[in-house]
Design a binder for this molecule. Structure first.
Ligand code: FES
Ligand SMILES: [Fe+2]
Length: 358
């Protein structure tokens, strides 16, 4: 049996992902993309080319392809006429309003504009200083993921720049929630390799989240001081967001390491990280440098996984329970989306208690 026969993609139909909100860039990255601070900016989500632009104060997302001769609108500019903002195509200057409707064809301004001179627009919101896009709102049953304490004035927040990994978003999620790699990929950074074995965790599905906890051994040696070590409490909003709340051993304070991934295309994900912590007097760059060190340990291993798509041929063991449950849920969502809104909503929102919990 060839590798491609044995390692078939687990998720053959990924169109269900179009129903979720996905992060596409940080607000700072959007604002840096053009001197005006308003875009346009090109992003890719699930293989779709999307243009972002801030029109009259609100960021809009549209297909990055002019209806005229298919140039990229993201190479154009935002212009203003009589107080209204438009995206102007770089090729022949057609101007599109926030609904994606062409309002001006400069070459023949006195002629009527063809009714089909429109580009598709998508749901777009800014939350946690990140720009989120939802390609398909026909089910309208998904929300932007949970992030603890974003608005808590007693906490300090860092929104890191996003970064690309050459793998799928599911691999990135699984890497972040994988306990048994700590001893091998992060010895002396996050973990003492002497403690390679792990107890089985309880994994519950609650309100669109996978929830589980891990208490690493306190007897570990050789962990650097800047490592946020403590008891781990995970709340993971499908499909790719992880709110890891750590109760730090050193002072019982709360440290939230939040991460999410954008499924850019079948080989690429864009990753986001926010750190929310009780005021600890430590500089932001120290926390960012530590996380960078951890990510640099992970990246070559995760990018080496092949095929990049998670596959049905991989062998799992008891400590892969989080990944097993995660994959199972993705498969259920994939199949439910084909049946329609009710089936998809049920697959997303039905609570499932771990059978070991009773
Ligand atoms: S291609 Fe956009 S105006 Fe012609
Ligand atoms: Fe890791």
């Amino acid at each position: 049996m060839s590798v491609s026969e044995q390692y078939k993609p687990l998720l053959e139909d990924k169109t269900y992902l179009r129903h979720f909100w996905h992060p596409v860039c940080t607000l700072a990255e959007f604002e840096r993309s053009q001197p005006s601070g308003h875009g346009p900016m090109a992003v890719t989500l699930l293989g779709e080319q999307v243009v972002l632009a801030r029109l009259n104060g609100k960021i809009v997302a549209a297909a990055d392809r002019c209806a005229h001769r298919s140039a990229k609108l993201s190479l154009g500019k935002v212009c203003n006429k009589n107080g209204e903002d438009f995206i102007q195509c770089p090729y022949h200057g057609w101007e599109y309003d926030k609904s994606g409707t062409c309002k001006l064809v400069p070459a023949c301004p006195d002629k009527s504009i063809p009714p089909r001179a429109k580009v598709s627009t998508f749901d777009c919101e800014v939350k946690y200083d990140i720009v989120w896009v939802r390609l398909d709102n026909s089910f309208d049953c998904t929300e932007i993921p949970y992030l603890a304490d974003w608005d808590n004035p007693n906490m300090q927040v860092i929104v890191a720049d996003s970064y690309i990994w050459n793998t799928v978003a599911e691999r990135r999620w699984e890497n972040f929630t994988d306990f048994s790699h700590f001893a091998f990929v992060h010895p002396g950074t996050l973990y003492d390799p002497f403690f390679a074995s792990h107890p089985t965790v309880l994994v519950n599905r609650v309100d669109g989240e996978l929830q589980f906890k891990l208490a690493p051994p306190r007897e570990m040696d050789g962990i650097p001081e800047e490592a946020p070590m403590g008891d781990f409490d995970y709340r993971c909003t499908m499909p790719y967001s992880i709110n890891l709340e750590i109760k730090l051993w050193r002072d019982d304070s709360r440290f939230i390491l939040w991460t999410t991934a954008c499924p850019v295309d079948e080989k690429t994900c864009r990753n986001f990280m926010i750190i929310v912590r009780e005021k600890d007097g430590q500089p932001d760059h120290m926390h960012l440098a530590f996380q960078k060190r951890v990510l640099e340990e992970d990246q070559p291993i995760i990018q080496s996984q092949w095929p990049a798509e998670i596959s049905s041929g991989e062998i799992s063991v008891a400590t892969d329970k989080v990944s097993i449950q995660y994959r199972k849920w993705h498969r259920e969502l994939s199949m439910a989306a084909v049946k329609g809104k009710d089936a998809f909503t049920a697959a997303l929102c039905t609570n499932v208690r771990d059978e070991l919990a009773s």
